[in-house]
Design a protein around this ligand. Structure first.
Ligand code: M6R
Length: 610
């Protein structure tokens, strides 16, 4: 949600780095792009609505525009529409201070009123311009003191990159509730919203902590808290392969990430399984604590919430305790019944989702122990949780999540089995059988991926359909939710996920001969029930695409127009396989429709505003 990049160093390197960094962050927002450069003691701004290419074209050939100090921004609009004037960076009235921002300044209206009384005029509708003018109004020649004062006045969330014409040798940054990293280079330093932006330059990074200000020079970085006290800089080494954040030979990040699933699932599962023993890193749930648990509460957003929806089914079956799943944006504003006997599990790829982070804080306030399942190491959710388990999915760039979903799910299986075993709720045979099946997931997904061309054929047949229902029962229904979201977000086809038995309670009136019903039926004991539901929609004219397991081949009659088979696996694990053809189907449908798959309209990868 908005991408920030900043550079201080050598003038020949600044703009190329900035453009490359912004390109890597384009997944965070692409409504507009802009850069501010300090050129001959004057701040020059170039900003435009639309993709980064517009800025690149403007800069092309403008050799006079060089600088050793630059900040840049990719916007995901919150305050004010997509326009040149609302694009960042924003410049202060004096022309001396320029700001890029990620987050939301919640008290910007009041600040704007005060500043207007002081004679400030506003060109944009953004909350960020208020920050630029606030800094201007507080500026007394000491930029650090000015930023310190401003951070006390700003409410809401912000990651800021700031330059000041009086400080040609300094890049400033500040962070509260929005991610910001510092990259450490050789006689040059960087700031960015996320690691891929700096990875071509450095592997040494420092994540700014809550309420910190950073002061960067060419060869020196200092970090302070909002009161001005010096803070320790914790540097970590990024060990990703740079290729992990590149598209390589794939058309889109999404398909690359779908194809990576066997590998990243192996990386997430294998280190935690040895001789039928589950070792969840440093997590230590003793039997007493688990026995006293009244319930488990899973809190997340979007696809991560859908992982929770699947997990509820198998966790209750394995652990025999109530499991609730809740959207973080709802959890944080109601009065959840959560206490020290509740285990709260927060699931998040980015580890920065504003609602999930707020829910985490709320749960801790209520006395719950919080375990997070997170992909981004050192992210805010990981840092603030009591325990964290990382999904080793590597960087996920496509806005539509695929490999993060699968790895999150695999960890939820391990957590459920671990608790079930510790509480003695599972027989040895069943436990071993499930473990063996979990170990087979990567290989079975490989088999599904090998058949991707047949799913592409099916997509070709149906990509013009405008009304799609996904139906299934229990675990299949939970997968339908994710399948429907995947299709909607990248192909813009309206679809709905429905519990197969629920359609007849009203929604079946929408079914006609223009409807495609995608039915998931992988659960042995519910197979015939779902087939009956398929008959109900078939007789109302719907076209049927059935997703089921290979062992059902001889049970399939003429009822389905097309069938996708997935390998057989234990019933409770079937979501980890059936979701994969659904990801592929969405991808190919969106591709046939000519959609911008990795950057769907109105979206951004990391949702750091509520
Ligand atoms: O980073 P998170 O996992 O916390 O993000 C949560 C959702 O925003 C995310 O899963 C979103 O729904 C996906 N882009 C959907 O593909």
């Amino acid at each position: 949600m908005c991408g920030i990049v900043g550079y201080i160093g050598k003038s020949e390197k600044a703009i190329p780095f900035l453009l490359q960094g912004l390109e890597k962050l384009e997944y965070r927002g692409y409504d507009s792009s802009g850069i501010a450069i300090l050129n001959q003691n004057e701040i020059k701004i170039i900003k435009k609505q639309g993709r980064l290419k517009v800025i690149k074209d403007i800069l092309d050939g403008k050799k006079e525009l060089h600088s050793h100090l630059v900040i840049g921004h990719k916007r995901w609009a919150t305050h004010g529409n997509h326009s040149d004037v609302n694009a960042h960076p924003h410049l202060s009235k004096s022309g001396k201070i320029s700001v890029v921002h990620n987050g939301i300044i919640e008290n910007y209206i009041n600040l704007k009123k005060d500043l207007t009384k002081k004679g400030y005029e506003f060109k944009s509708d953004t909350d960020t311009e208020v920050v630029a003018q606030l800094l201007d109004s507080l500026y007394n020649g000491d930029m650090f003191e000015t930023i310190k004062k401003a951070t006390q006045l700003l409410e809401g969330s912000f990651a800021l990159g700031i330059i000041c014409a009086d400080y040609p040798d300094t890049l400033f940054a500040a962070k509260k509730d929005s991610p910001l990293i510092i990259g450490l280079g050789e006689n040059e330093n960087y700031i960015a919203s996320d690691i891929p932006a700096v990875l071509s330059k450095t592997r040494k990074i420092c994540r700014l902590k809550e309420k910190q200000i950073a002061v960067l020079k060419n060869s020196d970085i200092n970090i302070f808290d909002f009161n001005g006290n010096k803070a320790k800089m914790e540097i970590s080494e990024i060990n990703w392969n740079v290729n992990a954040a590149e598209k390589n030979n794939y058309d889109h990040f999404m398909i690359k990430e779908i194809m990576e699933q066997p590998e990243v699932l192996n990386a997430t599962i294998s280190p935690r399984l040895k001789d039928y023993k589950i070792k969840l890193d440093n997590l230590n749930f003793n039997e007493e604590y688990l026995k006293n648990l009244n319930k488990i509460s899973i809190v997340a957003c979007g696809s991560a919430y859908h992982v929770g929806c699947v997990a509820k089914y198998f966790m209750e079956e394995l652990i025999k305790k109530p499991v609730e799943v809740e959207l973080a944006s709802e959890f944080r504003y109601r009065s959840p019944i959560v206490d020290k006997n509740t285990l709260v599990i927060i699931i998040s790829q980015s580890g920065e989702t504003a609602d999930s982070l707020a829910a985490l804080r709320e749960a801790k306030k209520l006395g719950a122990r919080v375990l997070s399942v997170v992909n981004v190491v050192g992210s805010s959710i990981a840092n603030e949780s009591d325990d964290v388990l990382y999904t080793w999915a590597g960087p996920e760039i496509a806005v539509a999540t695929t490999k993060a979903y699968s790895t999150q799910l695999s960890l939820m299986y391990l957590i459920a089995l671990y608790i079930s075993k510790t509480l003695g709720k599972i027989t040895d045979d069943n436990y071993k059988d499930i473990i063996k099946n979990i170990e087979s997931i990567p290989e079975k997904i490989t088999a599904i991926l090998k058949k991707s061309s047949s799913i592409e054929e099916i997509a070709k047949k149906y990509y013009q359909t405008e009304k799609i229902f996904f139906i299934g029962r229990t675990l299949d229904y939970a997968v339908c939710m994710e399948a429907s979201l995947k299709l909607k977000e990248i192909s813009y086809i309206h679809s709905e996920a429905y519990a197969a038995g629920e359609l007849k309670h009203g929604t079946i009136s929408l079914i006609d001969d223009k409807t495609l019903v995608i039915a998931l039926a992988t659960q042995d004991e519910l197979f015939d029930k779902t087939i009956s539901n398929i008959r109900e929609v078939k007789s109302r004219g719907a076209t049927i695409l059935l997703v089921t397991t290979e062992d059902k081949m001889d049970k399939i009659s003429e009822i389905a127009d097309d069938v996708i088979y997935v390998p057989k696996i234990s019933n409770i694990l079937s979501p980890s396989l059936s979701v994969v053809p659904m990801q592929l189907l969405s991808y190919y449908v969106a591709k046939f429709r000519g959609c911008d798959i990795d950057k769907p309209r109105n979206l951004a990868k990391s949702v750091t505003v509520e």
